[in-house]
Design a protein around this ligand. Structure first.
Ligand code: MRU
Length: 347
């Protein structure tokens, strides 16, 4: 199966697969304008924590490439403006801010001319992309150690190639287990309201030939009570020093149920998803358009128009429900407050 890179740098433009159109159509979009990249992140044409970080870095590269500035200071000012705009696209996934901080650090160097600075910026964006693919493959290798032949793994949302620069985090672990010859099966939750599970995770796994069964979100308790799930693997948009896992809405419900039924619940994420600074009460949970809930994929109205709606895009799973956090550097286990900084070499 050819490797899928949902966001790519083509030398003078960015291209991405519009995940809103999957599974019906494989539409590739190209842009030379960072504003178009920002809008793609907002609309969720590009989504998933690592993928939006990579896309934002490429957005900054576009800003540098197409800036009309004649001197280094002018170019730096244009790039800062792009960083500020791209940082306002989505508030919860920390990879976005991590990638933009890395891009911002490039501006701290001394450059003889604008060309030298442009090259440095593009190089850093491409490096962020390349590292993400490598890191995901490493997460796959680490996570495969806890998977047994014959396991049925439940996953939520889409933490696959489509959510990253390639290979995926939670789906990267599933991919690595499958590639190593383990006969695993996957249960994917549909993931209301945006249906990343039904549309994207199922599409990816079918493409790779991994056996997958789709359930609605409210069937998780049933499948666990019937003993149909051995492990849960989800991704993360942000992991705190304390081990709190911020991930797609519905993750917390699954973790509670997994705990109730003695099913190990793991989160797989690159260390770029770890936020050592923010306390749990300060994490901003994105609230999205109420019509995502009132309608199915922006179309069929399934309720009374204008009914008040809650639409938080993410929830917070407390550390006691998390068996382990699988990163490219190894698995962090409880007590997280001690072991997460240690894993990052900051303990
Ligand atoms: O709103 P989304 O689709 O961007 O949310 C994505 C998730 O919650 C994923 O599970 C998370 O980003 C991990 S992706 C490797």
């Amino acid at each position: 199966m050819t490797e899928l890179h949902p966001v790519e740098w083509l030398g003078d433009r960015v291209r991405w697969i519009n995940t809103l159109k999957i599974p019906w159509e494989e539409e590739w979009v190209e842009a030379r304008d960072y504003e178009r990249v920002a809008v793609a992140i907002e609309r969720m044409e590009i989504r998933g924590a690592p993928a939006i970080g990579v896309a934002a870095a490429f957005g900054v590269a576009l800003a540098a490439l197409y800036s009309g500035a004649r001197d280094v200071e002018g170019l730096k000012a244009d790039v800062r403006k792009a960083i500020e705009r791209l940082g306002r696209t989505r508030p919860t996934a920390v990879n976005l801010f991590w990638a933009l901080r890395r891009m911002g650090r490039v501006l701290e160097g001394n450059y003889g001319d604008t060309e030298e600075l442009r090259r440095a910026i593009i190089k850093e964006a491409v490096r962020i992309f390349e590292e993400d693919v490598e890191v995901n493959k490493a997460i796959g290798r680490v996570g495969n150690e806890v998977i047994e032949d014959g396991d049925t793994i439940l996953t939520h949302c889409n933490a696959g190639a489509l959510a990253t620069a390639g290979y995926g985090t939670a789906l990267g672990v599933i991919r690595a287990a499958w590639e190593s010859g383990k006969k695993i099966k996957v249960i994917a939750t549909e993931t209301r309201p945006v249906l990343q599970g039904a549309r994207l995770t199922v599409w990816e796994l079918v493409r790779d030939g991994v056996p997958v069964t789709l359930i609605t979100d409210n069937m998780v308790g049933y499948v666990m009570s019937k003993g149909l799930v051995n492990k849960v693997f989800v991704g993360a948009d942000r992991v705190l020093r304390t081990g709190h896992v911020i991930n797609k809405i519905g993750t917390y419900t699954i973790a509670v149920l997994a705990n109730r039924h003695g099913v190990p619940f793991y989160s797989a994420a690159p260390t770029s998803t770890i936020d050592l600074e923010t306390p749990v009460e300060e994490v901003v949970i994105e609230e999205r358009n109420p019509d995502e809930v009132r309608r199915v994929l922006g179309k069929l109205l399934i309720t009374v128009p204008d009914v008040p709606v809650l639409n938080p895009a993410f929830d917070i799973t407390p550390p006691e429900l998390v068996e382990g956090i699988i990163t490219e550097k190894g698995i962090a286990r409880k007590p997280y407050e001690e072991n997460i900084p240690k894993l990052l070499g900051k303990g």
